[in-house]
Design a protein around this ligand. Sequence first.
Ligand code: PLP
Length: 454
Amino acid sequence: MLDQETALSRLEELDRTYFLHPMGDLGAPPGTLPQVIFTSGRGAEVTDLRGRTYIDAMASLWNVNVGHGRAELADAASEQMRSLAYTSAYNGFGSPPAIELAAKLAELAPGDLEVTFFASGGAEANDTAYKLARLYWYVQGQPGRNTIVSRVRDYHGLTLGAMAATGIDLFKTQFQPVTPGFLHAPSPDPYRYEAANGESAGVHYARAVEQVILDAGPETVAAVVVEPVQGAGGVIVPPPDYFPQLRQVCDRHGVLLIADEVITGFGRTGRWFAQEHWGIQADLMIFAKGVTSGYLPLSGVVLSRHIHDVLRAIKGTLPHGFTYSGHATACAVGLRNLQVIEEEGLVERAAQLGERLLGGLRRLERHRIVGNVRGLGLMAGIELVCDSSTKERFGPEMRVAPRVAAKALEQGVIVRSLPLDVVGVCPPFVISEEQLDHVVEVLDRAVEEVAADV
Ligand code: PLP
C-alpha cells in the first residue's frame, strides 16, 4: 500500500516539475491547485490515479462526445495502424480513410459544404480557414480583401492567427504584438439587450458586425468568422434571427461567412451542425474536437463547392498544408466515431438530454447569484451575478464561477468556469439521465453554498 502511495506521489512530483500544463497556473504555490491525474474512463465517467471516479460533465474539453473507453474507436485506430498508420497527403497522395471521411463530411455538412481540408487542432483549422478566405480573394485579383472580422468573446484557438481572431483579451495581452489584419465586432448578449426602436436583438447584433465591415471598407474584408454558439466565451446562444441576418450582412458586402463549429459540430447542439438551427449555410466551416470525440487529434475546414471552384483557378499547388493533414489513423477513427454517432442516434439523444439538462439547471435560477441559465442541446451555461434582480456582475477582481466549479469537483463532478462568470456544462452524449440529474443536484448545492458566502 505504501509502495503504491510512493509511486503516486512520485508521478505527482514529476508532473509538477516537468510538465508545463496548457492553461496551467504558473504562480500557484505547490499543493494549492487540484492535481488530478486521470488513468481511465468509461462512458461519462473518468477515474483518477487514486481510484476516485468523477462525472466528466465537460466531455473533457467539449469533445469526448461518444464517451470514454470506446473499444470500437481503439479497434479502428489499431486496425489502421497495423496496415498503414500514416502517409503524406501532399499533392495527389492520400489514404482511403482520409478520402472516405472527406466524402462523409460532404454528406453530413449543410448545403454545398462539400470539400474538406484536414488539419489536427481547432486553431490550425482556424488559421487555415482565414488563409483560404484570403486566397479566395487573391485568386480573384482582390488581395486587398484580407481582413478577418471576428467578435468579442469568440474563442478560435491560440496559435498566432487564431489568437488574433479570438476576442478574449486574457489570451492576448501578454503576447503582443497581435498579428494584424483582424477586427472585432460586438457579439450577442441577448440576456441584457433591451430592444430599441422595435429592433430585435438579432438585427441589432448583426448590424453591429455590418458596422465594423462598413468602417473598415467592405473592399478590405475577406471574411467574418463566428462561433454559432459561443463556448469558451460563456456559452452564449444567439437570438434566433441573428444568423439569418448575419448571412444577409455578409452577402450584402460580398464577405465570406466562416462558421467555427469546433465545439458545436457533430451533434453537440442537438443537430449535426449548429447552422442548421437557423437554416443558414456558411461558406467555410471549421470543425475539430467532436469529429473523433477527442480519441485522436483531427480538425479541418469544409469549403463550399463554390469556394473550391474559385480556388481551383490557381491551376497550381495549394501553398498551404500540414504534415498531419489527412492523417490516416486519425481519419479512420473519425469515420468510426461518426458511424457510432449515427448508429446510436446520439444527435437526437443530445437534443433530448439537452432539454432535460436545461430544464434541471433552470431550477437554479431561484438562487440570488444566478443571473440566468442558457444552452442549446448538451451545451449549457449558468451565469453568476451579484444579484439576479439587477444582473450586475461581480466584476473581474471577484469571480464566483471558479468557486462553484471547485465545489462541484469536490463532489466528483467536472464542470468549467468560463469568462463572464459562467459555469459551463457540456457532458458526453452518452451520459445517463441519472448522471445528468446528479450533475444538476451537485451544481445546485454548490451554487447554494457559494451564494451563502458572497
Ligand atoms: N474554436 C473553438 C470554437 C474552440 O472552442 C476551440 C477550443 O476550445 C478552438 C477553436 C481551438 O481548438 P484547439 O484547442 O484544438 O486548437
